[in-house]
Design a protein around this ligand. Structure first.
Ligand code: AMP
Ligand code: ZN
Ligand code: FE
Ligand code: FE
Length: 280
């Protein structure tokens, strides 16, 4: 049996592995195919492609975009996107600026709570254009201001906690369009985490190509439910570990093994696509 992991992060966003380390883990675990889905960036794709190529692993470009529908946050995975697509790169640059400003706001809120962290400390630790809350959490732990990443999220950074700052997001419909005009397939990430089942039919009407049925945080029952939904709406099926690095002493990559037949279906689907220009 051949397997794939189509949801992975590197240090180009909030993961801790380099593309080369991730490809090495993938090789050790025997994966036939991997996709890189860093938040709001495609910067790591070229190195990941080279590392996968050297390791004999098939590679698919990707990114994970944050969007919303009716105030519900959802994540969109864009697979096979052209990493040189001008509109994608321009929009991603705006999302990165939003992320950087949000870090400053979260730090200001922490300071108002007498937590002495500096934004520059977070940026230095993140050392990427797409910083996020995990970097704030790591900076809090590193500075001895929290004992663990969990504590940082629970006390300060989780939604509606005192240092949480809502993120300005594009609409889910725009997100699907943005991925399509870059030649990609749009897939709803981990619907079981965001409780976005009701949004699936709306996005299907907007051209959603697939849903992530298999995910580390989906129970077997949830995966089964989403396979049923994929079948009902004729959606492609994807899956991945959402590895951000080590988790409980082990790299998270390897916890989800997507049967390779789904990669073949994705490739067939993308080869049938014609790129639609986006007018906005
Ligand atoms: P952001 O994109 O800045 O809103 O950060 C979202 C990322 O934070 C997710 O991709 C997860 O990696 C991580 N995250 C979200 N909630 C938690 C949590 N409760 N504990 C640990 N990590 C979390
Ligand atoms: Zn993340
Ligand atoms: Fe996500
Ligand atoms: Fe992710």
């Amino acid at each position: 049996m051949k397997f794939a992991d189509l949801h992975l992060h590197t240090y180009f966003s909030d993961g801790t592995f380099s593309p080369e380390e991730l490809a090495a883990h993938g090789r050790q675990l025997g994966f036939a195919a991997l996709a890189l889905t860093d938040h709001d960036t495609v910067e790591g794709c070229a190195r990941m492609a080279a590392a996968c190529n050297a390791a004999g692993i098939e590679f698919t470009t990707g990114t994970e975009l944050t969007a919303e529908h009716n105030d519900i946050e959802l994540h969109l995975l864009g697979y096979f996107v052209d990493t040189q697509n001008e509109k994608l790169l321009a929009d991603i640059a705006r999302f990165q600026t939003t992320r950087q400003n949000r870090i400053r706001e979260m730090v200001a809120r922490l300071n108002a709570l007498n937590v002495p962290l500096e934004a520059e400390t977070v940026f230095a630790l993140a050392n990427c254009k797409s910083p996020g809350r995990p970097h704030v959490a790591r900076a809090l732990v590193k500075a001895g201001l929290c004992k663990s990443l969990d504590e940082a999220f629970e006390r300060y950074l989780k939604k509606n906690r005192p240092a949480w700052v809502p993120k300005a997001k594009m609409s889910a419909l725009e997100g699907v369009g943005l991925i399509h005009q870059a030649g990609g397939l749009a897939v709803m990430a981990h619907p079981g985490l965001n409780r976005t089942d009701d949004v699936i039919p709306v996005l299907v009407d907007a051209g959603l190509d697939g849903i992530e049925c298999f995910h580390t945080k989906h129970s077997t029952a949830a995966a089964k439910r989403y396979l049923g939904i994929a079948d009902k709406f004729h959606l492609l099926v994807t899956g991945g570990s959402d590895c951000h690095g080590f988790s409980k002493g082990k790299p998270l990559i390897g916890t989800v093994k997507l049967p390779y037949e789904h990669v073949e279906k994705l490739k067939e689907a993308v080869s049938r696509k014609t790129v639609e220009p986006l007018n906005r």
